[in-house]
Design a protein around this ligand. Structure first.
Ligand code: ADP
Length: 514
């Protein structure tokens, strides 16, 4: 396939002085079509940034049940994609491929395989994962490899993401060593907590020969089948989404059981910070919010706050800081720390003019939903819990809140605090991973600070940061410069895409030299 005919970027692109790279980006989600978290955002914005640099980029992703090819006006490829399910050739499944072309020439190819993807949910429901996820994503990884070889003449980079596509490097090297000799196989870890761990009996669903079971490349210390581990051993290069997290995952505390595997690949690991797509996440252009605003028109932010307070049934009080949380409801995200901390802070309040209001948008399991609903019941004038997933509400909270709380135990990069800063919504974050890499504490750095960072993952430490934020908010002479500094921070993809490009080129050169 000649990818260049789909691309609008001209050869004379000022960015490009070397060969244009052909990149296949494989992801189990891509916003706005499918998204459960940051991976969906990155799968949309990194390919776009690479295309803006002049490269040819195709994103390959599943066609989930909620996606209707007709309504989305996708075009159907005449040739189906034949995907072997077991070993090299047996039991092929014919997948239908649908295509769409996004801004800047990025193409998205959706893989339709109804028995795996035509159902509600991407990976499961709020409580449980689908039982056949091993088959589903072994199939998808294999589809990625078949797509790359059958439809592409000279793919330079096959960029896999997380465990869902982590088997692709193994399939490529095992079955098609020659065909992939000039292709660099990249694997990005967006969150090491999710490894694609399955019962050992699921090994058959990979279709791989027994050797991969016997020399334990695909099994971890607990005896579980582990897709990510296999990918980490077979990828040419591994990246993760912040420099801080790249170090943490190589330690016993941060390695989620894979630190030794990661240490063995230390020379091939890079941490590249995720960026923000400011054409979507910026208050000047955001179409989801009531009033657009920028640094010069901060009154617009106050109007968004009043509108959100009013519509959620909170007292409209400009003087009370409005705290926001936009998060998956999990232990990783520190929801179990947040709830008792807020409960205790609000219980201690004597005067209704003190303290703060809090709006939480999140999706998660029953126990967190119940605890958050109870918190709202206890403090109806203070706390609103919006259960569910709403892109629009996420934007409205970013624009309306004064403070965004991200109390994650660990955080590979974190996007919500990056988006928050552009909205003048000052982040309160735990000092970990990408949160530490992106937020500068204002107490330690009064002239450059952009938020509030707490060190210990304890109630006292979080409460201290929240109180500091609330106290600073009440002093507008201090608050305004803090907001403005946060808004002026540049986390666009430019710099990060440049890093990916250098890495891709270096990796291609070493692949070609082997
Ligand atoms: P993670 O990928 O670990 O969930 P990130 O901070 O990297 O965390 O990315 C989270 C993304 O998901 C952001 O775009 C955020 O706005 C979005 N998000 C999280 N929860 C919700 C929700 N309930 N409704 C809408 N968007 C959400």
């Amino acid at each position: 396939m000649d990818l260049s005919r789909y691309i609008t970027t001209k050869d004379s692109s000022p960015m490009l002085t070397e060969k244009r790279l052909n990149i296949v980006f494989a992801s189990s989600e891509i916003a706005p079509f499918s998204k459960t978290g940051g991976l969906g955002d990155v799968a949309a914005s990194l390919p776009k940034a690479m295309a803006q640099r002049g490269h040819n980029v195709v994103v390959i992703t599943p066609l989930y049940g909620h996606l209707d090819p007709q309504k989305m006006r996708l075009s159907r490829r005449l040739e189906p994609l034949e995907v072997p399910r077991k070993s090299k050739n047996q039991s092929k499944l014919e997948a239908i491929l649908w295509e769409s072309q996004l801004d800047h020439g990025v193409r998205v190819v959706f893989v339709q395989a109804d028995e795996y993807f035509d159902r509600e949910g991407l990976y499961g429901d709020a409580e449980n994962s689908f039982e056949d996820n091993a088959q589903r994503f072994a199939f998808f990884s294999r589809a990625v490899v078949e797509f790359t070889r059958v439809f592409s003449l000279d793919v330079d980079i096959l960029h896999c993401n997380d465990w869902h596509t982590a088997l692709a490097p193994i399939y490529a090297r095992h079955y098609f060593e020659d065909e992939f000799a000039d292709t660099s196989l990249m694997l990005t870890i967006h969150n090491l907590a999710y490894q694609g761990k399955f019962n050992s009996d699921d090994f058959d669903s990979t279709g791989l020969p027994k050797k991969y079971a016997s020399d334990s490349e695909l099994f971890d210390a607990d005896g579980d089948l582990n897709f990510l581990k296999g990918g980490l051993l077979y990828a040419d290069h591994i990246t993760t989404v912040s420099p801080g997290y790249a170090e943490e995952i190589q330690t016993p505390e941060g390695g989620a059981g894979l630190h030794e595997v990661l240490q063995s690949r230390a020379e091939d690991i890079s941490g590249i910070l995720n960026g923000a797509d400011y054409s979507i996440w910026s208050p000047e252009v955001d179409r989801h919010i009531s009033v657009q605003y920028e640094v010069e028109t901060l009154n617009g932010k106050r109007r968004n706050k009043a509108e959100v307070q009013h519509s959620l049934g909170l007292p409209v009080r400009p003087t009370l800081p409005l705290f926001g949380v936009i998060s998956r409801l999990t232990e990783q995200k520190g929801i179990d720390l947040l709830i008792p901390t807020v409960q205790s802070l609000l219980s201690d309040l004597k005067d209704e003019r003190d303290g703060f209001q809090l709006v939480i948008l999140g999706e998660g399991p029953t126990h967190f939903r119940e605890q958050l609903t109870a918190l709202q019941k206890e403090f109806p004038k203070r706390v609103v819990f919006q259960h569910g997933y709403s892109e629009q509400m996420a934007h409205r909270i970013q624009a309306a809140a004064d403070v965004l709380i991200v109390p994650s135990r660990f955080e590979p990069c974190g996007l919500t605090q990056i988006y928050a800063m552009r909205y003048g919504t000052v982040p309160v974050v735990h000092a970990t991973g990408g949160l530490k890499d992106t937020v500068i504490d204002v107490r330690e750095n009064p002239d450059t600070g952009t938020g509030f960072v707490f060190d210990e993952h304890t109630q006292d430490s979080l409460a201290g940061a929240l109180e500091r934020a609330a106290a600073t908010y009440r002093n507008y002479r201090k608050w305004r410069p803090l907001m403005v500094r946060a808004m002026e921070k540049d986390f666009s993809w430019n710099e990060s895409a440049r890093h990916y490009e250098s890495l891709f080129r270096a990796s291609r050169e070493s692949t070609a030299a082997e």
